[in-house]
Write a protein that binds this ligand. Sequence first.
Ligand code: DQA
Length: 144
Amino acid sequence: MKNILIINGPNLNLIGTREVEIYGKISINEIEEICINEGKNLSINIDFRQTNNEGEIINWIHEVNSKFDGLIINPAGYTHTSIAILDSLKTVDKPKIEIHLSNIHAREDYRKKSITSEGVEGTISGFGIHSYTLALKAISNLLK
Ligand code: DQA
């Protein structure tokens, strides 16, 4: 079994009710359940977390080298602002994938630039909940 950390950034605790026309009606708890089930199919244990705090995201990223085989991160709003999260991603020497529920390239100009994506192997954006399951398949392939 491989161990993967999935980090969800600010306001993702509210999906399911927040801007449903963009993010859909699935809650963060349902996403966690879907990820855990998909993980079982891929022999991956999932540690699924959400926080609204930038520092907590950074502390969690610092756990990856010693405790996990890879990282999937939806930095949410911090995607477009956080050099500190980018710096912490650059310290991780395990596979990392950035994901977004929505297609950030098809939205407002300020969302088109991802600062954090410079620190990951690849990004998946725009497939709703499937962004998470596609990332699990991708990270499973990277770990083979
Ligand atoms: C998001 C896209 C971000 O631009 C936004 O700030 C979010 C969610 C997504 O999953 O589509 O909070 O990361």
